[in-house]
Design a protein around this ligand. Structure first.
Ligand SMILES: O=C(O)C(=O)C[C@]1(C(=O)O)C=C[C@@H](O)C=C1
Length: 291
């Protein structure tokens, strides 16, 4: 049975890993902190860890991308996209009105993961503009905190799974600003992983650092992919954190790392005095396609 570190029961990450393995029995080690989830592979307590890296509404989960690059050296072994369906969860009796609907104006505090709160801005602005907003370690933790604090007017933004686990009410369903709210997850680990279905495609993630003061260097890097007709699906700059104005480029390519074309492109980029680090070459799965 695969041992996998993941955020607490009822988190979006938990729902997402169950989807990836399609009901396969897994030995899930739930941890409260994403930092512990990153470290779990290196400490040997698990084979793989589940890391959310990008969201449709919020974009990159920068903290997690930075951890992948700066804090650990663990390859990505699979990527999948899963819907982040967020709901308002609370002790319904604190807010219920005579007609059975909820008075969201009575909400004093909304707790959730800092990435989930901005996904629901419109709902919050419209229904509970005066509520305090508090970011916690996961959507599941937010639901647990609300459960333990009845009578205070607190609600959480989280999954139905978490509401069920803690016996709380779903006061409003699907409250994200856009229906197509998906999160991209990666599985990191030192060994390739077997997943019980065919991937949609294979991708390689590269981290490219340009030489200093080299005008046109990024253009030349991109040309190495372009003239080989290699399909890039992500290009993002992040600060190297070494000095202001110094960046690395995070590049995803739809190709396996050992393909002739990508090997040649990487050699060309290195010949430009760029540093190239392979963060992983892995199968990708898209919800809900099940090949
Ligand atoms: O808090 C959770 O439920 C998580 O799985 C974490 C996380 C994230 O870090 O992006 C995952 C997806 C959600 O959209 C919001 C939060």
């Amino acid at each position: 049975m695969k041992r996998i570190a993941v955020l607490p029961e009822g988190s979006v990450s938990h729902e997402a890993i169950d989807f990836l393995f399609d009901g396969e029995a897994l030995d899930l080690q739930h941890s409260k902190l994403i930092s512990d989830i990153f470290r779990a592979v290196d400490s040997g307590s698990v084979q793989y860890s589940v890391i959310p890296i990008e969201n449709t509404i919020e974009g990159s989960v920068s903290l997690h991308m930075d951890w992948l690059v700066n804090e650990v050296d663990i390859p990505m072994q699979a990527e999948w996209v899963y819907p982040s369906i967020q709901n308002v969860i609370g002790h319904g009796n604190e807010f219920v009105m005579g007609d059975g609907t909820y008075d969201f104006g009575k909400i004093t505090k909304i707790l959730s993961h800092p990435v989930a709160i901005p996904q629901c801005q419109n709902f919050i602005r419209q229904h509970s503009p005066d509520a305090d907003l508090e970011g916690v370690n996961s959507t599941a933790e937010a639901v647990e905190i609300v459960k333990k604090n009845p009578g205070k007017g607190w609600v959480a933004i989280g999954t139905k799974l978490a509401a069920q686990k803690h016996g709380l009410d779903i006061m409003a369903e699907r409250v994200t600003d856009h229906d197509n709210n998906y999160t991209r997850f990666v599985l990191i680990g030192h060994e390739p992983v077997s997943i019980p279905r065919e991937p949609d495609h294979v991708k390689t993630s590269l981290l490219v650092t340009l030489p200093e003061d080299a005008p046109g260097a990024l253009h030349q890097v991109l040309s190495a992919f372009a003239w080989r007709k290699l399909n890039l699906t992500r290009l993002e700059s992040r600060p190297t954190k070494k000095r202001l104005g110094s960046y690395y480029f995070y590049i995803d390519v739809i190709e396996t790392v050992d393909s002739v074309l990508l090997t040649a492109a990487m050699a060309e980029i290195e010949a430009l005095n760029c540093q190239v680090r392979v963060l992983g070459s892995y199968p990708c799965y898209t919800y809900p396609s099940r090949k």
